[in-house]
Design a protein around this ligand. Structure first.
Ligand code: M6R
Length: 476
């Protein structure tokens, strides 16, 4: 830029951008000038339009204290911010008229509200986030699904040959639960792929394939690239996303919003549970459209789902056993999480939460796979968290727990009230309200989030910004 500078910062930046390869989001200023030039390509950049000035940031929460009016730049666009106004240039260099959107989030959403950490605040916001998300997609009086932003024709959804969930990290775990929900309610092929693998080795895709990309931020580079690849091969794509105006929302054919509000803590909590609610709504909707469930079954599922926010509140009320466990196990060096069926992904998510904020090694495993290897690890200092709530696989989980106890391993079990059989077997019991198995991952993950949180706090770690991690992974 310095080499290209000939009196105009804008021209210098534009000339330098023409030489760039790869993704970028930059804001450039220059000594002796009060202008800022901002530009993006495949990385997020948002411009704030305030009463008293203009702002550039990678994310809406950074701008919220100043303004709720924003411009989402598109790939290749350049913004010139001056004291008296802004001008946006399109990828071809011509000036364009930007669309100004108003963000729904409030300033208080990005404050800690008396909590010591964003993560803890976000864990306790889950009942409200779930209520807002579920009520925006389920019409409670008639117990019907309403998907206002799903711009795909019902004929496409009825005739879709397969569904592939694509996501990364925690969102991938939501996709796994979505796979179980769709497989249970519909008779269609469903899979769930990690986006970073999918983008280089996609499975068979035809023009009747429905891609469901899940992303809190809507800016995860691998997920965006996987969606682009699937679309290139003829698939139609929708997204489950928490951020309006994000790249994924603009690059898919429809969106089911999670209404979790801004998630600031790096460890995803309320975004995950709202994603779980949305995948079960989507599965119910597709199943009814395709005639694999009737209206009675649809009403049953949706009425149970509408009870979830209140039960989430109940789940979070008593953290005494979690605090006890966190004290007892804070110096443990490794943990195992096991679950089956709908709670197989819960085991992965519980382990991921512990890893990312407490830096304790943890492994999520399908309980049925224990005898194929991992049970060799079990001994007195190797605790297992077993998700053993009610469902078709409960008895199987109980025998997996017995196998671990017989080998001297300590067990923390997640159970429903009244499950005395499991209580007698294990060292610690954390109770969660009983709900249908398909919806149980929503409640079951909450104590696991709290366990990870309290262990990390006891270890004196930076819970909201764990080492080596970024909230949105906008690079490959
Ligand atoms: O914004 P996304 O949902 O696309 O992010 C995906 C992952 O990077 C994210 O879920 C990550 O795994 C979290 N840190 C987990 O807590």
């Amino acid at each position: 830029m310095e080499e290209h500078f000939n009196g105009s910062l804008l021209d210098a930046v534009k000339a330098a951008l023409a030489q760039l390869e790869g993704s970028y989001a930059i804001a450039v200023c220059c000594q002796d000038s009060d202008e800022i030039v901002a530009a993006r390509y495949m990385s997020p950049l948002v411009i704030g339009v305030g009463e008293d000035g203009f702002y550039a940031a990678s994310d809406v929460p950074a701008i919220l204290p100043y303004t709720k009016r924003v411009i989402y730049l598109d790939d290749g666009e350049v913004a010139l911010l001056r004291r008296d106004g802004i001008t946006i240039y399109g990828a071809d260099g011509d000036e364009i008229q930007p669309e100004i959107s108003t963000v729904e989030w409030e300033q208080e959403h990005v404050e800690k509200a008396g909590y010591p950490h964003y993560m803890l605040k976000e864990i306790y916001e889950q009942p409200a986030a779930l209520k807002s998300t579920i009520e925006s997609l389920v019409e409670a009086r008639h117990l019907e699904v309403r998907l206002p932003h799903l711009d795909l024709p019902p004929e496409f959804l009825r005739g879709a040959s397969q569904v592939i969930f694509i996501a990364c990290g925690t969102a991938y775990h939501a996709g796994l639960v979505g796979k179980y929900a769709l497989s249970t309610l519909t008779q269609m092929p469903v899979s769930c792929e990690v986006a970073s693998e999918f983008r280089y080795t996609p499975p068979y895709i035809d023009d009747k394939t429905l891609i469901v990309a899940i992303s809190q931020s809507g800016e995860t580079a691998d997920t965006l690239a996987a969606v682009a690849e699937a679309k290139r091969r003829g698939a139609r794509a929708i997204t489950i996303c928490n951020c309006t105006g994000s790249s994924i929302v603009r690059n898919t054919d429809g969106v089911l919003y999670t209404r979790a509000g801004p998630e600031i803590g790096v460890a995803s909590t309320k975004a995950y549970t709202t994603q779980l609610a949305v995948v079960s709504i989507l599965a119910t909707h597709l199943a009814e459209l395709r005639g694999s469930i009737d209206s009675v079954r649809r009403e049953e599922i949706l009425s149970e789902l509408l009870k979830i926010p209140e039960l989430a509140q109940k789940t979070l009320e008593d953290d005494s056993t979690i605090l006890e466990c966190s004290e007892h196990f804070m110096n443990t060096t490794t943990f195992l999480y096991i679950g089956r069926r709908f709670n197989y992904p819960t085991a992965f998510e519980g382990a991921l939460k512990l890893k990312e904020i407490s830096y304790i090694h943890a492994e999520g495993y399908g309980a049925g796979e224990m005898k194929h290897g991992p049970i060799a690890l079990v001994q007195e200092d190797y605790p297992t968290v077993a998700i053993a709530t009610a469902g078709e696989v409960h008895e199987k989980m109980v025998s997996n727990i017995q196998e671990i106890k017989a080998r001297g391993g300590p067990v923390i079990a997640l159970t429903n009230p009244g499950d005395d059989e499991t209580r007698e077997l294990v060292d610690y019991v954390i109770e969660v309200p009983q709900v249908p198995e398909m919806l149980s991952p929503i409640l079951n993950v909450m104590p696991l989030q709290l366990l990870a949180y309290h262990i990390a706090v006891k270890k004196g770690l930076n819970v909201d910004q764990p080492r080596n991690l970024a909230k949105s992974v906008t690079v490959e």
